[in-house]
Design a protein around this ligand. Structure first.
Ligand code: ATP
Ligand code: MG
Length: 460
């Protein structure tokens, strides 16, 4: 069972029912003993009455007189008592048998004065043996009233147990929901907290208990995480910033060397290579700086309303040239009307990143297709290629920084793995989403969406 609430409810119901069963069983034996002791007292009282009827001279009485003295009392109480009197002064001789015994002897259990016995046509009896001079007086009372009471008691207990199970399951569910409410609150808040949103905290109840302590501990952990993330962001931003100046100086020196260095062909070639690497490094530093700023929401966007069709038409002119340069085809389409709030510079950066990936991945003479559509307040753009695609389990990971798939024959190994991370940052700064899917053909489809101008303003 996956829910703690359900488990708690069932444990509660189980414990409550088991306790009740134990109480009922104990009650059963206590009540039964009490009723049987009551029968023993009745037998004793009947014996006292018989002794009173027989008088002081009972030792000298013969069977006929005994019969005459107690017949009346024994007949009167014949429903309740079965009585036998045996003379044990010599060989055992029956002196009196109450008529309700119909001549049957009451069975004897040697060595016991009170016991249960069973007579064939009469049923179960509670028997008491008493000594009166030479006589053994045996008085028995039917046990069926006790058995009937115990049977009724058991039936009532079973009913009460069934009701108890139903009630305790209900109460258990209610209690567990109540008890686990703070845990649900912790879960819901923890779900919201991500690397972009580390400032949120779990509300801590004023009551000091285990749950509020757990919430406090988690909040302390989030404090530490937030400060660690901040440090990493600051470090990336600071390091990128600090590296820019020395790199520019190195580039200037290398360029100076090219102009005034009187280098031979081999040395000139190596300075050119250095300059290429410096340019690459500068770009990575720029991109890292951009990502740190975007995460810290430290980028000023100058959002202006634009017609997406016009934006894409201008981009597509360059995209076509670039694609042809790679020996590939580029087609684009747009449907729907509406305006979007974007900063064209950043949007162009996203589209160029995506196009560069698609061109790298495409096979020779392949086609790259850009589709754009404005519908229901959303602008949706997708870019399809005919490359090898990306395995399903890696489709989220390619948006991580520096994550690159093992280079395939189609993919030139010259990127830094920051392109898609930057795309995601830019799109998210515009209030949109970006993800990848299978293309309808063999390759990959990258999709981004953002709200149209009216929609975006409504949300704001
Ligand atoms: N259209 C695509 N088809 C196949 N794989 C792709 C495609 N787009 C991206 N990838 C994979 O995702 C990885 C990450 O892409 P990303 O754009 O972030 O980095 P990059 O292109 O390697 O380098 P950069 O863009 O920084 O120059 C790429 O290395 C590539 O392996
Ligand atoms: Mg790229």
């Amino acid at each position: 069972m996956r829910s703690i609430g359900a488990r708690l409810a069932l444990w509660y119901a189980g414990a409550a029912t088991l306790t009740l069963v134990c109480l009922f069983v104990a009650g059963y034996y206590l009540l039964q003993n009490q009723l049987i002791r009551g029968l023993d007292l009745l037998n004793k009282a009947q014996f006292a009455q018989i002794r009173a009827h027989l008088g002081e001279d009972f030792g000298a009485l013969n069977a006929h007189l005994i019969d005459a003295r107690i017949r009346e009392t024994s007949d009167f109480s014949s429903v309740l008592f079965f009585i036998t009197i045996d003379d044990r002064s010599g060989p055992v001789r029956p002196v009196f048998y109450s008529t309700n015994l119909r001549g049957l002897p009451i069975p004897d259990v040697p060595g016991q004065r009170v016991f249960n016995a069973k007579l064939p046509s009469i049923g179960e009896l509670r028997v008491g043996e008493f000594i009166l001079g030479p006589f053994d007086v045996t008085i028995a009372t039917p046990l069926n009233s006790v058995r009937q009471t115990m049977h009724d008691y058991s039936e009532i207990c079973i009913w009460m147990l069934s009701v108890m199970v139903a009630i305790s399951v209900g109460v258990g569910f209610g209690l567990s929901r109540l008890a686990l409410r703070p845990v649900r609150l912790i879960r819901d808040t923890a779900k919201h907290i991500s690397s972009d949103n580390l400032s949120e905290r779990i509300p801590v109840a004023s009551v000091r208990d285990e749950i509020s302590e757990l919430a406090q501990l988690l909040n302390q952990m989030f404090d530490r995480l937030e400060s660690a993330f901040d440090q990493i962001r600051r470090f990336t931003a600071d390091a990128s910033h600090e590296l820019k100046t020395p790199l520019s100086l190195i580039r200037l020196q290398a360029e100076k060397l090219l102009v005034h260095g009187n280098l031979d062909a081999a040395n000139e070639e190596s300075v050119h290579m250095q300059l290429e690497e410096i340019a690459r490094l500068s770009q990575i530093i720029e991109e890292l700086l951009f990502l740190s700023r975007a995460e810290a929401r430290d980028i000023d966007l100058h959002l202006v309303e634009h017609d997406p069709e016009a934006l894409l038409a201008s981009f597509s002119q360059d995209a076509k040239v670039l694609s042809e340069h790679h020996g590939l085809q580029y087609v684009h389409s747009h449907h729907g009307t509406g305006r979007v709030l974007v900063e064209p510079r950043w949007l162009r950066r996203v589209l160029l990143n995506l196009l560069a990936n698609a061109l790298n991945a495409s096979p020779p003479q392949g086609t790259v297709t850009l589709r754009s559509m404005v519908e229901s307040g959303v602008w949706r753009v997708s870019l399809d290629d005919q490359g090898p695609g990306v395995p399903e389990e890696l489709r989220e990971r390619i948006f991580e920084r520096f994550f690159r798939l093992a280079a395939t024959s189609n993919i030139e190994d010259n990127g830094s793995g920051l392109g898609l991370a930057i795309c995601r940052s830019i799109i998210s700064l515009h209030g949109g989403n970006i993800w990848v899917e299978n293309s309808s053909g063999s390759g990959l489809r990258v999709i981004f969406t953002m709200p149209t101008a009216a929609q975006g303003q409504k949300k704001a």
